[in-house]
Design a protein around this ligand. Structure first.
Ligand code: GDP
Ligand code: IMO
Ligand code: MG
Length: 433
């Protein structure tokens, strides 16, 4: 079956956008299945840099469908701005499809996101303040608005009449910025969204499954990463959606037996934005050096990303939860010119060695990384030659590093990324669909 998924194996920002764009060449549709515009996926095509937050990376390839699945939360106004970025670049968004079951982010969700963070104080998550958590809360609590509602704006009033007063009271109670919206304004907004985006809204589960039946190639694009998963991540320092393998199915309406291959996107070192445990985090100058070399600044918030060595306890956790059949190892070039490079293979907690990522925050706080040391490698002058000559042309010590990851995780490193551009990719597998 022609389905392939790509999921971040760490705390997001692994380079999923680049790898998705690369793999999208032979796909017929790219599907987002969770998260919202908290994501920031960078795609470099020639001299153009695109930063996508909500739209699937397939929008940059002509003639493909770019599908926003039911598990995604959609901010229609922010989406309009993102669409402008695409159309300004001369690309079409005719292939956009939005699930009628996808929930909509409202302004009050963004306000509540900010207010909740203030209440959490020193326990704040460091969210992107895009309203992601509060929108998923409403979905689970059964008073969310869905994309399908923009097709029937006349039905919005009845719901808005009880939801708006509730949100206004809540915001007041939380000393947050007031919600000025009235039921009439709300209804008008849904009408406006319907006129602009109604044509893209449909039953995307039927669409995707029909495409699979016809033998079309579907690429599922994960946002965030396995360690930010609501169930399996570093709770509560996580996002509010299912970022792991199971999220593909619930978030796109495709059954588990229809997913063929899952690529784990693994950055050659580790980064994390926002708060929460990070066992291999570096400190001081060492962290700054890696942050600078890797250009580790958030696409969505501009925040500096915390940086550290590769953690294979994390990689094992992600691989087990997502069923990775391949690795795409990214940003290996960022490790060029280090004298020594370190990889964590276990955690020492009170003298006991842990090989599996624990749920307990106190254990994680005490965990000391157990490192394996690798010799570094020099940078190269001619990337094009390396890409042309393939894997064997990479520095020997880099290959030793890659092969250790393969051996430890029992997953082949099928894609090696040595630069941000589409072209800076070594594909050792080739036949993805
Ligand atoms: P995503 O959220 O997983 O799509 O990743 P981001 O776009 O947030 O962050 C990854 C950053 O690394 C972007 O600036 C990419 O252009 C860049 N990038 C991706 N792959 C590589 C690579 O192999 N080498 C280098 N140097 N940069 C890369
Ligand atoms: P991509 O798809 C990195 C982090 C936030 C915060 C936590 C919760 O670009 O990899 P939220 O706004 O989702 O409630 O914030 O999750 N976070 C990300 N970190 N990459 C992302 O997306 C992220 N999306 C959310 O920094 O710690
Ligand atoms: Mg990102």
């Amino acid at each position: 079956m022609p389905t392939l998924a790509i999921i971040g194996a760490q705390w997001g920002d692994e380079g999923k956008g680049k790898i998705t764009d690369y793999l999208a060449e032979d796909s017929d549709a790219v599907v987002r299945f969770q998260g919202g515009n908290n994501a920031g996926h960078t795609i470099v095509i020639g001299d153009n840099v695109f930063k996508l937050h909500l739209l699937p990376s397939g929008v940059l390839r002509e003639g493909k469908l770019a599908i926003i699945g039911n598990g995604v939360v959609v901010n229609m106004d922010d989406m309009a701005e993102e669409i402008k970025q695409i159309t300004d670049a001369g690309l079409s968004i005719d292939g956009l499809r939005i699930s009628d079951r996808a929930h909509l982010i409202q302004n009050y969700h963004k306000k509540l996101d900010g207010a909740e963070e203030i209440y959490r104080g020193k326990n704040s998550v460091g969210t992107t303040k895009k309203g992601i958590g509060p929108t998923y809360q409403d979905k689970i609590a059964r008073y969310g608005f869905r994309a399908g509602d923009i097709l029937e704006p006349e039905l919005v009033r009845e719901k808005a009449e009880f939801i708006l007063p509730m949100k206004k009271d809540l915001l007041k109670m939380m000393h947050a910025e007031e919600c000025q919206c009235t039921v009439e304004k709300f209804e008008d907004k849904f009408k406006r969204w319907g006129e602009t985006f109604g044509k893209y809204v449909c039953d995307t589960s039927v669409l995707i499954n029909d495409m699979i039946d016809e033998g079309k190639n579907i690429l599922f694009e994960g946002a965030q990463g396995a360690m930010l998963d609501i169930d399996h991540g570093t709770y509560p320092y996580v996002t509010s959606s299912s970022t792991v393998g199971g999220g593909i199915c619930s978030g796109s309406g495709v059954a588990p037996n229809r997913i063929d291959n899952v690529v784990g996107c693994l950055k050659a070192y580790t980064t994390r934005v926002g708060e929460g445990p990070f066992v291999t985090e570096l400190e001081g100058e060492a962290e700054e050096e890696l942050q600078k070399k890797g250009g580790e600044f958030g696409v969505t918030t501009g925040r500096g990303r915390r940086c550290g060595w590769l953690d294979l306890v994390v990689a094992e956790h992600a691989a087990r939860l997502c069923g990775f059949t391949h690795w795409a190892i990214t940003k290996l070039d960022v490790l060029n010119d280090y004298d020594k490079i370190y990889v964590c293979t276990g955690y020492d907690v009170d003298g006991k060695v842990l090989k599996h990522f624990p749920a307990s925050l106190s254990k994680l706080e005490k965990a000391k990384p157990i490192y394996k040391e690798f010799d570094g490698w020099d940078s190269w002058d001619d990337s094009e030659k390396i890409i042309k000559d393939g894997y064997d042309a990479l520095p020997k010590n880099m290959r030793t590093y890659i092969e250790f990851i393969e051996e430890y995780t029992k997953i082949p490193a099928s894609i090696i990324s040595i630069g941000p551009k589409r072209s800076e990719t070594i594909d050792r597998f080739g036949k993805w669909f």
